[in-house]
Design a binder for this molecule. Sequence first.
Ligand SMILES: [Zn+2]
Length: 176
Amino acid sequence: MVVGEKYRSKNREQIIVEQPYHIQYRHSFGEVSKFFKGLHEKKLYGTICRGKEHHMSGEDNLFVPPRADCPECMVPLEEWIELQNEDIRVYTFTTMYFSGENFLDKLPLTLINVEFPRYNNNYSKLISILITNEKDEINIDKKDLKIGMKIKPKFKEMPLEKIDASALYFVPAGIL
Ligand SMILES: [Zn+2]
């Protein structure tokens, strides 16, 4: 039955026509465009604020995903740093047995918070996906997943006009 069919009047003739409908979306990545361009180029970028004298932690603040402004200094952030070769670790993880439509075929799925131990991480607990059985990579059993495990970023091929955060995922990079 066509949606709405049961509400159609039986007593009056109604004309129903069909035609294609097209919407052109225009989406701006705004001040953090470099992060998304980086995903397209297989690079992981964050923003950093060097105003540590203003920071509660007394350290430089790393922002991943990036922020355009430092919420502690209230200044625009001009400095970007490339992170894919950094020491990157699992801060915490969980297993999803249900998800939105895009991930239904990948369940169960390991969601991780990513940590960059070299930096103050108050603003850089990136949420991503850990693939433990990626072809040509170090593979581990899910039961051996550990907090603090070394990981490295990987990037799906995605055209720039389709790019989003799902282009980024992580794989084990070694043991602790
Ligand atoms: Zn700051």
